[in-house]
Design a protein. Structure first.
Length: 218
C-alpha cells in the first residue's frame, strides 16, 4: 500500500511544470482573496511535509522548494513522512479528506478547492492539492503502520516475558516436586526404621517376659 501511494504521488507531479509553478506562486502572492488564501494553505502544507516541520511555510521555505520543477519533483518523491507529529498530521488529513458515512462533512481544504463558484480559479491549485492529499494519506498510513508494529512488538515482548515467568514458575514447581519426593522418601525410610525398631522392641519385651517366666521363681 505504501509503495502504491508513493507511485501515485509521483504521478500527480506531471502537471507541475515550470508554467504551473510560476502560475501557482503568482496566485498565492497576488492578493488576500479566498483563492490566494487556499493556495497558501495548500503550499504551506506541502512545505511542512517536505521540511518535516509543522512550522514551515511557503513564505519562509517556498522559494527553495518551488524554485523549479526538477527540484520540486525531487522533494516530493523523496518526501516520506515518518515520525510526523500525530496531532498535526491528523489535522492535515482531516482538512483534505471527507470521512466515509452519510452526513459527513468535507475537510476545509477539500471544500475550498471543490467549491463550484470558484472552481475555475482553483483549477491551477488542484494538482498541488492532490499532492498534499497523497502526502497526508501516506503520513497517516505510515503512522498507523508504525502504531501497529509497536503494538505487535509490545504484545510479543509481553508474551515472551510471560513465557519466561511461566518457565520460572515451572522450575519452582519442579523443585517443589523434587523436594516432595525427597521428603516422601525420608518419611518412608523413617517409617520403615520405626517399624523395625518397634518390632525389635516388642521382640525384646517378649523375650524378657519369657525369661522372667522361666527363671523368675528360681
Amino acid at each position: 500500500m505504501i509503495k502504491t501511494m508513493n507511485e501515485q504521488k509521483a504521478k500527480f507531479l506531471k502537471p507541475c511544470d515550470k508554467n504551473s509553478l510560476a502560475n501557482v506562486k503568482k496566485i498565492v502572492s497576488s492578493n488576500q482573496s479566498r483563492v490566494a488564501g487556499t493556495g497558501r494553505e495548500i503550499l504551506d502544507g506541502i512545505c511542512k511535509f517536505i521540511k518535516k516541520d509543522p512550522n514551515a511555510s511557503f513564505a519562509t521555505d517556498g522559494q527553495t522548494i518551488f524554485i523549479h520543477p526538477e527540484l520540486f519533483s525531487k522533494n516530493i518523491k523523496e518526501c516520506f513522512p515518518v515520525d510526523a507529529d500525530k496531532a498535526w498530521l491528523q489535522k492535515m488529513a482531516t482538512s483534505v479528506n471527507q470521512p466515509i458515512g452519510e452526513g459527513s462533512m468535507k475537510g476545509s481544504l477539500l471544500k475550498a478547492v471543490t467549491e463550484a463558484t470558484t472552481s475555475s480559479d482553483m483549477a491551477p491549485l488542484f494538482p498541488y492539492f492532490k499532492i498534499l492529499y497523497k502526502l497526508a494519506q501516506l503520513g497517516m498510513t505510515i503512522c498507523k503502520k508504525t502504531s501497529l508494529e509497536r503494538q505487535v512488538a509490545e504484545k510479543t515482548k509481553a508474551m515472551d516475558d510471560s513465557q519466561i515467568e511461566l518457565e520460572k514458575q515451572q522450575a519452582i514447581v519442579d523443585n517443589l516436586s523434587f523436594f516432595q519426593r525427597v521428603l516422601d522418601e525420608v518419611n518412608r525410610a523413617s517409617e520403615e526404621e520405626l517399624y523395625t525398631l518397634n518390632f525389635k522392641s516388642q521382640d525384646l519385651r517378649r523375650k524378657m517376659s519369657e525369661y522372667q517366666q522361666a527363671y523368675g521363681d528360681q
